[in-house]
Ligand binder design. Structure first.
Ligand code: GLC
Length: 420
Protein backbone atom coordinates (compact mmCIF):
# COMPACT_ATOMS: atom_id res chain seq x y z
CA UNK A 1 0.00 0.00 0.00
CA UNK A 2 1.42 3.41 -0.90
CA UNK A 3 1.72 6.09 1.75
CA UNK A 4 -0.98 8.16 0.14
CA UNK A 5 -3.50 5.30 0.04
CA UNK A 6 -2.89 4.84 3.73
CA UNK A 7 -3.19 8.58 4.26
CA UNK A 8 -6.47 8.72 2.33
CA UNK A 9 -7.97 5.96 4.46
CA UNK A 10 -6.79 7.71 7.60
CA UNK A 11 -8.42 10.98 6.55
CA UNK A 12 -11.72 9.24 5.97
CA UNK A 13 -11.47 7.39 9.27
CA UNK A 14 -10.63 10.62 11.12
CA UNK A 15 -13.69 12.27 9.63
CA UNK A 16 -15.92 9.39 10.77
CA UNK A 17 -18.58 10.30 13.32
CA UNK A 18 -21.18 7.58 13.88
CA UNK A 19 -21.00 5.49 10.75
CA UNK A 20 -21.15 8.58 8.61
CA UNK A 21 -18.30 10.74 7.38
CA UNK A 22 -18.19 14.52 7.60
CA UNK A 23 -16.57 16.28 4.60
CA UNK A 24 -14.05 18.22 6.67
CA UNK A 25 -13.48 18.95 10.34
CA UNK A 26 -14.79 22.33 11.51
CA UNK A 27 -15.70 23.58 8.02
CA UNK A 28 -18.42 20.97 7.27
CA UNK A 29 -19.32 19.13 10.49
CA UNK A 30 -22.42 17.20 9.27
CA UNK A 31 -23.33 14.57 6.68
CA UNK A 32 -23.63 15.98 3.16
CA UNK A 33 -25.59 14.16 0.44
CA UNK A 34 -23.27 13.82 -2.54
CA UNK A 35 -20.14 13.94 -0.38
CA UNK A 36 -21.38 10.85 1.43
CA UNK A 37 -22.19 9.00 -1.78
CA UNK A 38 -18.63 9.55 -3.05
CA UNK A 39 -17.21 8.73 0.39
CA UNK A 40 -19.14 5.46 0.42
CA UNK A 41 -17.56 4.45 -2.88
CA UNK A 42 -14.10 5.34 -1.60
CA UNK A 43 -14.69 3.38 1.60
CA UNK A 44 -15.97 0.48 -0.51
CA UNK A 45 -12.41 -0.05 -1.75
CA UNK A 46 -11.29 -1.19 1.72
CA UNK A 47 -14.34 -1.79 3.97
CA UNK A 48 -17.51 -2.90 2.22
CA UNK A 49 -19.70 -3.07 5.33
CA UNK A 50 -18.75 0.40 6.50
CA UNK A 51 -19.45 1.73 3.01
CA UNK A 52 -23.03 0.46 3.21
CA UNK A 53 -23.44 1.98 6.66
CA UNK A 54 -22.48 5.34 5.13
CA UNK A 55 -25.36 4.96 2.68
CA UNK A 56 -27.71 3.74 5.42
CA UNK A 57 -27.00 6.93 7.36
CA UNK A 58 -27.66 8.98 4.24
CA UNK A 59 -30.98 7.25 3.62
CA UNK A 60 -31.89 7.85 7.27
CA UNK A 61 -32.25 11.49 6.31
CA UNK A 62 -34.62 10.77 3.41
CA UNK A 63 -37.87 12.67 3.77
CA UNK A 64 -41.26 10.92 3.64
CA UNK A 65 -41.85 12.55 0.25
CA UNK A 66 -38.65 10.94 -1.10
CA UNK A 67 -36.22 13.87 -1.03
CA UNK A 68 -32.71 13.10 0.19
CA UNK A 69 -31.54 16.36 1.77
CA UNK A 70 -28.35 18.25 1.11
CA UNK A 71 -27.30 18.12 4.78
CA UNK A 72 -28.28 15.73 7.56
CA UNK A 73 -27.74 17.09 11.05
CA UNK A 74 -27.40 13.80 12.94
CA UNK A 75 -26.13 15.85 15.86
CA UNK A 76 -25.79 19.50 16.68
CA UNK A 77 -22.71 21.60 16.00
CA UNK A 78 -22.74 25.35 16.59
CA UNK A 79 -19.81 25.84 14.20
CA UNK A 80 -21.80 25.91 10.95
CA UNK A 81 -24.24 28.35 9.42
CA UNK A 82 -27.05 27.83 8.44
CA UNK A 83 -27.63 25.07 10.98
CA UNK A 84 -30.71 22.99 11.86
CA UNK A 85 -32.57 25.81 13.62
CA UNK A 86 -32.58 28.00 10.55
CA UNK A 87 -33.87 25.21 8.30
CA UNK A 88 -36.36 23.97 10.90
CA UNK A 89 -37.10 20.80 8.89
CA UNK A 90 -39.33 19.22 11.56
CA UNK A 91 -37.88 15.84 10.61
CA UNK A 92 -35.93 13.28 12.57
CA UNK A 93 -32.99 13.49 11.99
CA UNK A 94 -33.04 17.22 11.35
CA UNK A 95 -31.95 18.18 7.86
CA UNK A 96 -31.66 21.08 5.49
CA UNK A 97 -34.71 21.43 3.23
CA UNK A 98 -33.04 21.29 -0.18
CA UNK A 99 -31.23 18.52 -2.03
CA UNK A 100 -27.95 18.06 -3.93
CA UNK A 101 -26.82 16.44 -7.20
CA UNK A 102 -28.35 12.93 -7.22
CA UNK A 103 -25.24 10.82 -7.76
CA UNK A 104 -26.27 8.18 -5.24
CA UNK A 105 -28.06 5.77 -7.65
CA UNK A 106 -24.94 5.71 -9.83
CA UNK A 107 -22.76 5.07 -6.79
CA UNK A 108 -24.93 2.10 -5.76
CA UNK A 109 -24.83 0.75 -9.32
CA UNK A 110 -21.04 1.13 -9.32
CA UNK A 111 -20.90 -0.92 -6.11
CA UNK A 112 -22.92 -3.64 -7.85
CA UNK A 113 -20.38 -3.60 -10.68
CA UNK A 114 -17.68 -3.97 -8.04
CA UNK A 115 -19.39 -7.04 -6.61
CA UNK A 116 -22.12 -5.87 -4.21
CA UNK A 117 -24.57 -8.78 -3.97
CA UNK A 118 -26.45 -8.25 -0.69
CA UNK A 119 -29.89 -8.84 -2.13
CA UNK A 120 -31.97 -7.42 0.71
CA UNK A 121 -29.87 -4.30 1.03
CA UNK A 122 -29.95 -3.73 -2.73
CA UNK A 123 -33.74 -4.11 -2.78
CA UNK A 124 -34.02 -1.62 0.07
CA UNK A 125 -31.72 0.86 -1.69
CA UNK A 126 -33.57 0.43 -4.97
CA UNK A 127 -36.89 1.42 -3.41
CA UNK A 128 -35.38 4.44 -1.71
CA UNK A 129 -33.60 5.54 -4.86
CA UNK A 130 -36.72 5.13 -6.96
CA UNK A 131 -38.61 7.29 -4.49
CA UNK A 132 -35.87 9.93 -4.61
CA UNK A 133 -35.98 10.08 -8.40
CA UNK A 134 -39.76 10.18 -8.38
CA UNK A 135 -39.57 13.12 -6.00
CA UNK A 136 -37.39 14.99 -8.52
CA UNK A 137 -39.80 14.29 -11.35
CA UNK A 138 -42.93 15.28 -9.42
CA UNK A 139 -41.54 18.24 -7.55
CA UNK A 140 -38.81 19.70 -9.70
CA UNK A 141 -40.46 19.40 -13.07
CA UNK A 142 -44.13 19.99 -12.24
CA UNK A 143 -45.08 20.94 -15.81
CA UNK A 144 -43.20 17.96 -17.30
CA UNK A 145 -40.89 20.03 -19.46
CA UNK A 146 -38.00 17.59 -19.19
CA UNK A 147 -35.96 20.00 -17.07
CA UNK A 148 -35.03 19.42 -13.44
CA UNK A 149 -35.16 22.66 -11.46
CA UNK A 150 -32.92 23.64 -8.61
CA UNK A 151 -34.22 26.14 -6.07
CA UNK A 152 -30.92 27.21 -4.56
CA UNK A 153 -27.32 27.45 -5.85
CA UNK A 154 -26.41 25.01 -3.06
CA UNK A 155 -28.51 22.34 -4.77
CA UNK A 156 -26.09 22.36 -7.69
CA UNK A 157 -23.20 21.50 -5.38
CA UNK A 158 -21.33 24.29 -7.27
CA UNK A 159 -22.37 26.95 -4.80
CA UNK A 160 -20.56 30.02 -6.01
CA UNK A 161 -20.39 29.35 -9.77
CA UNK A 162 -20.72 32.33 -12.17
CA UNK A 163 -23.67 30.30 -13.53
CA UNK A 164 -25.85 31.86 -10.85
CA UNK A 165 -24.60 35.46 -11.15
CA UNK A 166 -27.35 36.75 -13.42
CA UNK A 167 -30.09 35.20 -11.35
CA UNK A 168 -28.60 36.42 -8.09
CA UNK A 169 -28.15 39.91 -9.55
CA UNK A 170 -31.92 40.05 -9.95
CA UNK A 171 -32.29 39.76 -6.18
CA UNK A 172 -31.78 43.12 -4.43
CA UNK A 173 -29.68 43.11 -1.28
CA UNK A 174 -31.66 43.53 1.92
CA UNK A 175 -30.84 43.07 5.59
CA UNK A 176 -31.22 39.41 6.56
CA UNK A 177 -29.89 37.31 9.41
CA UNK A 178 -26.47 35.86 8.54
CA UNK A 179 -23.96 34.36 10.93
CA UNK A 180 -21.24 32.94 8.69
CA UNK A 181 -18.46 30.81 10.15
CA UNK A 182 -16.70 29.65 6.97
CA UNK A 183 -14.89 32.95 6.38
CA UNK A 184 -13.25 32.72 9.82
CA UNK A 185 -11.81 29.31 8.94
CA UNK A 186 -10.76 29.86 5.33
CA UNK A 187 -9.13 32.80 3.51
CA UNK A 188 -12.02 34.94 2.30
CA UNK A 189 -10.45 35.19 -1.18
CA UNK A 190 -11.42 31.55 -1.61
CA UNK A 191 -14.99 31.82 -0.35
CA UNK A 192 -18.24 33.46 -1.49
CA UNK A 193 -18.66 37.16 -0.66
CA UNK A 194 -21.01 38.55 1.99
CA UNK A 195 -23.29 39.79 -0.77
CA UNK A 196 -23.47 36.23 -2.15
CA UNK A 197 -24.39 34.98 1.33
CA UNK A 198 -27.05 37.66 1.64
CA UNK A 199 -28.74 36.33 -1.50
CA UNK A 200 -28.27 32.68 -0.48
CA UNK A 201 -30.07 33.37 2.77
CA UNK A 202 -32.80 35.43 1.13
CA UNK A 203 -33.56 32.44 -1.08
CA UNK A 204 -33.72 30.16 1.96
CA UNK A 205 -35.99 32.55 3.89
CA UNK A 206 -38.31 32.95 0.89
CA UNK A 207 -38.65 29.17 0.51
CA UNK A 208 -39.35 28.93 4.22
CA UNK A 209 -42.06 31.56 3.84
CA UNK A 210 -43.54 29.36 1.10
CA UNK A 211 -43.45 26.45 3.54
CA UNK A 212 -40.99 24.51 1.39
CA UNK A 213 -43.89 23.77 -0.95
CA UNK A 214 -42.09 22.74 -4.14
CA UNK A 215 -44.90 23.74 -6.48
CA UNK A 216 -45.24 27.19 -4.94
CA UNK A 217 -41.48 27.70 -5.01
CA UNK A 218 -41.36 26.73 -8.69
CA UNK A 219 -43.55 29.73 -9.55
CA UNK A 220 -42.90 32.13 -6.67
CA UNK A 221 -39.44 31.37 -5.28
CA UNK A 222 -36.48 33.67 -5.90
CA UNK A 223 -34.45 31.04 -7.72
CA UNK A 224 -35.63 28.48 -10.28
CA UNK A 225 -32.85 27.34 -12.57
CA UNK A 226 -31.98 24.24 -14.56
CA UNK A 227 -28.34 23.41 -13.85
CA UNK A 228 -26.71 21.24 -16.53
CA UNK A 229 -24.79 19.48 -13.74
CA UNK A 230 -27.90 18.31 -11.90
CA UNK A 231 -29.76 17.59 -15.16
CA UNK A 232 -26.93 15.47 -16.62
CA UNK A 233 -26.28 13.72 -13.32
CA UNK A 234 -30.00 12.95 -13.05
CA UNK A 235 -30.12 11.48 -16.56
CA UNK A 236 -27.12 9.28 -15.82
CA UNK A 237 -28.56 8.29 -12.43
CA UNK A 238 -31.83 7.24 -14.11
CA UNK A 239 -29.84 5.11 -16.57
CA UNK A 240 -27.99 3.47 -13.69
CA UNK A 241 -31.23 3.01 -11.74
CA UNK A 242 -32.64 1.28 -14.81
CA UNK A 243 -29.68 -1.13 -14.84
CA UNK A 244 -30.23 -1.78 -11.15
CA UNK A 245 -33.93 -2.50 -11.82
CA UNK A 246 -33.00 -5.03 -14.49
CA UNK A 247 -30.39 -6.60 -12.22
CA UNK A 248 -32.96 -6.97 -9.42
CA UNK A 249 -35.67 -8.09 -11.88
CA UNK A 250 -37.93 -5.17 -10.99
CA UNK A 251 -39.81 -5.31 -14.29
CA UNK A 252 -42.74 -3.30 -13.00
CA UNK A 253 -40.50 -0.22 -12.68
CA UNK A 254 -38.84 -0.37 -16.07
CA UNK A 255 -41.41 1.58 -18.08
CA UNK A 256 -41.47 4.47 -15.66
CA UNK A 257 -37.70 4.75 -15.48
CA UNK A 258 -37.43 4.46 -19.26
CA UNK A 259 -39.87 7.36 -19.62
CA UNK A 260 -37.75 9.45 -17.26
CA UNK A 261 -34.62 8.67 -19.26
CA UNK A 262 -36.32 9.72 -22.50
CA UNK A 263 -37.92 12.86 -21.10
CA UNK A 264 -34.83 14.17 -19.33
CA UNK A 265 -32.43 13.23 -22.15
CA UNK A 266 -34.67 15.16 -24.57
CA UNK A 267 -34.85 18.03 -22.08
CA UNK A 268 -31.06 18.45 -22.25
CA UNK A 269 -31.55 20.00 -25.68
CA UNK A 270 -33.21 22.99 -24.03
CA UNK A 271 -29.89 23.67 -22.32
CA UNK A 272 -28.17 24.02 -25.68
CA UNK A 273 -27.22 27.64 -26.28
CA UNK A 274 -26.93 27.79 -30.08
CA UNK A 275 -25.47 31.30 -30.12
CA UNK A 276 -22.72 30.19 -27.81
CA UNK A 277 -22.57 26.56 -28.98
CA UNK A 278 -22.46 24.99 -25.57
CA UNK A 279 -24.69 23.42 -22.94
CA UNK A 280 -25.29 26.14 -20.39
CA UNK A 281 -27.39 26.89 -17.36
CA UNK A 282 -31.00 27.89 -18.05
CA UNK A 283 -32.82 30.34 -15.80
CA UNK A 284 -36.40 29.02 -15.90
CA UNK A 285 -37.82 32.03 -14.05
CA UNK A 286 -36.35 34.47 -16.55
CA UNK A 287 -36.48 32.09 -19.53
CA UNK A 288 -32.83 32.87 -20.22
CA UNK A 289 -29.81 30.75 -21.13
CA UNK A 290 -26.50 31.62 -19.51
CA UNK A 291 -23.32 32.32 -21.50
CA UNK A 292 -20.60 30.39 -19.73
CA UNK A 293 -18.95 26.99 -20.07
CA UNK A 294 -18.55 25.32 -16.71
CA UNK A 295 -17.29 21.90 -15.70
CA UNK A 296 -21.00 20.97 -15.51
CA UNK A 297 -21.53 21.80 -19.21
CA UNK A 298 -19.01 19.06 -20.00
CA UNK A 299 -21.00 16.48 -18.06
CA UNK A 300 -23.09 15.93 -21.22
CA UNK A 301 -20.65 13.06 -21.81
CA UNK A 302 -21.45 11.57 -18.40
CA UNK A 303 -25.16 11.63 -19.33
CA UNK A 304 -24.23 10.43 -22.82
CA UNK A 305 -26.42 12.98 -24.60
CA UNK A 306 -25.86 15.35 -27.53
CA UNK A 307 -25.83 15.08 -31.32
CA UNK A 308 -22.61 14.56 -33.28
CA UNK A 309 -22.53 18.29 -33.96
CA UNK A 310 -23.13 19.30 -30.35
CA UNK A 311 -20.37 16.93 -29.25
CA UNK A 312 -18.04 18.48 -31.80
CA UNK A 313 -18.63 21.95 -30.33
CA UNK A 314 -18.20 20.67 -26.79
CA UNK A 315 -14.92 19.05 -27.83
CA UNK A 316 -13.73 22.43 -29.11
CA UNK A 317 -14.55 23.93 -25.72
CA UNK A 318 -12.68 21.23 -23.85
CA UNK A 319 -9.66 21.60 -26.19
CA UNK A 320 -9.61 25.32 -25.58
CA UNK A 321 -9.83 24.84 -21.82
CA UNK A 322 -7.06 22.26 -22.01
CA UNK A 323 -4.74 24.78 -23.65
CA UNK A 324 -5.27 27.31 -20.86
CA UNK A 325 -4.62 25.05 -17.87
CA UNK A 326 -1.72 23.04 -16.52
CA UNK A 327 -4.14 20.87 -14.58
CA UNK A 328 -7.64 19.70 -15.39
CA UNK A 329 -10.53 20.28 -15.04
CA UNK A 330 -11.27 23.89 -14.01
CA UNK A 331 -14.76 24.57 -12.68
CA UNK A 332 -15.09 27.61 -14.96
CA UNK A 333 -13.84 28.47 -18.43
CA UNK A 334 -10.38 30.07 -18.05
CA UNK A 335 -10.94 32.32 -21.08
CA UNK A 336 -13.94 33.97 -19.41
CA UNK A 337 -13.45 37.20 -17.49
CA UNK A 338 -15.29 35.62 -14.55
CA UNK A 339 -12.60 32.96 -14.15
CA UNK A 340 -10.86 33.12 -10.77
CA UNK A 341 -8.40 30.32 -10.12
CA UNK A 342 -8.75 30.57 -6.34
CA UNK A 343 -12.37 31.29 -5.77
CA UNK A 344 -15.02 28.77 -4.84
CA UNK A 345 -16.42 27.13 -8.01
CA UNK A 346 -15.26 30.05 -10.18
CA UNK A 347 -12.13 28.33 -11.50
CA UNK A 348 -10.55 25.74 -9.18
CA UNK A 349 -10.58 21.98 -9.76
CA UNK A 350 -12.74 19.60 -7.74
CA UNK A 351 -11.68 15.92 -7.74
CA UNK A 352 -15.26 14.62 -7.60
CA UNK A 353 -16.13 16.53 -10.77
CA UNK A 354 -12.98 15.10 -12.35
CA UNK A 355 -14.21 11.63 -11.48
CA UNK A 356 -17.58 12.26 -13.19
CA UNK A 357 -15.92 13.91 -16.18
CA UNK A 358 -13.43 11.13 -16.77
CA UNK A 359 -16.23 8.58 -16.58
CA UNK A 360 -18.14 10.66 -19.10
CA UNK A 361 -15.25 11.03 -21.52
CA UNK A 362 -14.62 7.29 -21.34
CA UNK A 363 -18.32 6.82 -22.09
CA UNK A 364 -18.12 8.71 -25.34
CA UNK A 365 -14.77 7.21 -26.35
CA UNK A 366 -12.59 10.23 -25.59
CA UNK A 367 -10.06 8.16 -23.68
CA UNK A 368 -7.28 10.71 -24.23
CA UNK A 369 -9.10 13.33 -22.19
CA UNK A 370 -10.34 10.76 -19.65
CA UNK A 371 -6.79 9.48 -19.04
CA UNK A 372 -5.42 12.99 -18.80
CA UNK A 373 -7.98 13.94 -16.15
CA UNK A 374 -7.25 10.73 -14.24
CA UNK A 375 -3.48 11.36 -14.28
CA UNK A 376 -3.93 15.02 -13.35
CA UNK A 377 -6.16 14.17 -10.40
CA UNK A 378 -3.72 11.67 -8.95
CA UNK A 379 -0.81 14.03 -9.56
CA UNK A 380 -2.55 16.96 -7.89
CA UNK A 381 -3.16 14.93 -4.75
CA UNK A 382 0.26 13.24 -4.72
CA UNK A 383 2.03 16.58 -5.01
CA UNK A 384 -0.17 18.80 -2.92
CA UNK A 385 -2.18 16.74 -0.43
CA UNK A 386 -5.88 16.13 0.12
CA UNK A 387 -7.49 19.56 -0.28
CA UNK A 388 -11.04 20.59 -0.99
CA UNK A 389 -10.06 22.01 -4.39
CA UNK A 390 -7.00 22.92 -6.47
CA UNK A 391 -5.59 25.69 -8.60
CA UNK A 392 -5.72 24.71 -12.30
CA UNK A 393 -2.64 26.78 -13.11
CA UNK A 394 -0.13 25.94 -10.35
CA UNK A 395 -1.84 22.93 -8.74
CA UNK A 396 -1.89 24.40 -5.21
CA UNK A 397 -4.52 23.03 -2.82
CA UNK A 398 -7.12 25.42 -1.40
CA UNK A 399 -10.09 25.45 0.97
CA UNK A 400 -10.42 22.72 3.58
CA UNK A 401 -7.57 20.29 4.17
CA UNK A 402 -7.81 16.53 4.87
CA UNK A 403 -10.98 16.55 2.83
CA UNK A 404 -13.04 13.37 2.71
CA UNK A 405 -14.23 13.26 -0.89
CA UNK A 406 -10.76 14.08 -2.24
CA UNK A 407 -9.43 11.11 -0.25
CA UNK A 408 -12.32 8.94 -1.52
CA UNK A 409 -11.68 9.81 -5.17
CA UNK A 410 -7.98 9.08 -4.69
CA UNK A 411 -8.81 5.60 -3.40
CA UNK A 412 -11.25 4.95 -6.25
CA UNK A 413 -8.82 6.08 -8.95
CA UNK A 414 -5.90 4.17 -7.47
CA UNK A 415 -8.01 1.02 -7.24
CA UNK A 416 -9.16 1.42 -10.85
CA UNK A 417 -5.56 1.98 -11.99
CA UNK A 418 -4.43 -1.18 -10.20
CA UNK A 419 -7.20 -3.20 -11.84
CA UNK A 420 -6.60 -1.88 -15.34
C1 GLC B 1 -19.66 23.05 -0.43
C2 GLC B 1 -19.70 22.51 -1.86
C3 GLC B 1 -20.67 21.36 -1.94
C4 GLC B 1 -20.27 20.29 -0.92
C5 GLC B 1 -20.12 20.88 0.49
C6 GLC B 1 -19.51 19.90 1.46
O1 GLC B 1 -20.85 23.57 -0.03
O2 GLC B 1 -20.01 23.52 -2.76
O3 GLC B 1 -20.70 20.81 -3.23
O4 GLC B 1 -21.21 19.26 -0.90
O5 GLC B 1 -19.27 22.00 0.43
O6 GLC B 1 -18.30 19.42 0.99
Amino acid sequence: MTDNIEKARKIIKNNNIDNYTIPCKKLYPFQWNWDSAFSALGIYTYDKDRALLELDMLFKGQWKNGMIPQIIFHRDDPGYFPGPDIWDSKTNPKTSCITQPPVVASIVWKMVLLGLRKKEKMEEYFKKLFKYHQWFVNNRDPYKQGLISIYHPWESGRDNSPDWDNTLNNIALKPVFIDRKDDILIDEKMRPTNNDYNKYMQIVYKCKELDWDNLLIYDKGLFNVCDPGVQFIFVRACKDLYKLAIFLKKDEYLNTIENWIDRYSDGCDKLWNSEFNSYTTYDIKENKLCYGVSCASLLYAYADVGSIEQRKYMKEHSNRILRHCNYLFPSWDPSSNKFDKKKYWRGPIWCIINYLLLNGFNNIGDTYLADKIRENTIKLIDRNGFFEYYDPINGKGYGGNNFTWTAAIYLILKEETLNQ
